[in-house]
Write a protein that binds this ligand. Structure first.
Ligand code: C5J
Length: 240
């Protein structure tokens, strides 16, 4: 964290209980906000999903992204996708189900879920800055076959604020991977979405159940409020 305008740590109201976050050891992880999942003609729609269900996560993520950029909190974007020759795509993944187009097939936004194609890119509203980290992942989790673990270690990160799509697939898989590696994961409920609202609800419940078996759940307002409360306390103390 590089800005003195923000506190060094804050207590965030969350479930199953509040969590104190040292912002210098916290990264904002934005999972797979790609055109392939968010827009018509991409991977998500080929699977028969209503992609409009995911749009609700954009505004809360944009608010968190703005705060993180302002405060100098490490931002990591992820993208699910495969190499053009599909050498990193398991046959079991490519051949699964009965999609209208399979991974690698040409679609309206280029080849489905292939790195470098328009559909693989992140939506304009949340587009990464050149200075931000973008992790390309072949799987659902952000740690499998990626540099995620090394990067978090390099930056001294202990806590992850996780948002993105979809709640029960790539968000949950990443949180489970991170939890096993010792990271505290705080999942932002309104910054996640699913094609299936009931899976979104259950995906969040699974994380915070049993005393927070995989992590914590909060919302974007609670994070923004925790930061601004601590900031106003610091300002009042400085002025006393
Ligand atoms: C899916 C993802 N749902 N990003 N990927 O296949 O959640």
């Amino acid at each position: 964290m590089t800005s003195s305008k923000y506190p060094s740590h804050s207590t965030v109201i969350a479930e199953p209980g509040p969590i104190d976050l040292d912002w210098s050891k916290t990264a904002l992880v934005i999972i797979d906000m790609q055109r392939d999942f968010m827009e018509p003609g991409g991977f998500g729609e080929t699977l028969g999903n209503d992609v409009s269900q995911l749009a609700r996560a954009i505004k809360p993520i944009a608010a968190l992204l703005g705060m993180a950029r302002d405060a100098g909190i490490l931002v990591i974007h992820t993208r699910e996708g495969h190499l053009p020759d599909l050498s990193d795509a398991p046959v079991a993944k490519v051949e699964r189900g009965a999609p209208s187009l399979r991974i690698g097939d040409p679609g309206p936004m280029g080849r489905i879920l292939i790195r470098g194609e328009a559909g693989h890119d992140i939506i304009p509203q949340l587009y990464p800055l050149d200075s931000e980290i973008v992790i390309d992942k072949p799987g659902k989790g952000a740690f499998y076959a990626t540099e995620m673990g090394d990067l978090l270690q390099k930056y001294g990160i202990e806590n992850l604020l996780v948002c993105g799509v979809t709640t029960e697939v790539c968000v949950n898989t990443t949180v489970r991977e991170a939890n096993d590696r010792g990271y505290r994961c705080v999942v932002v409920s309104d910054g996640c979405a699913s094609y299936f609202p009931e899976f979104h609800e259950m995906g969040l419940k699974m994380i915070k159940a049993q005393g927070g078996i995989f992590g914590w759940v909060t919302d974007s307002a609670a994070i923004l409020q925790a930061i601004s409360l601590e900031t106003s306390k610091a300002t009042a103390t400085a002025g006393a």
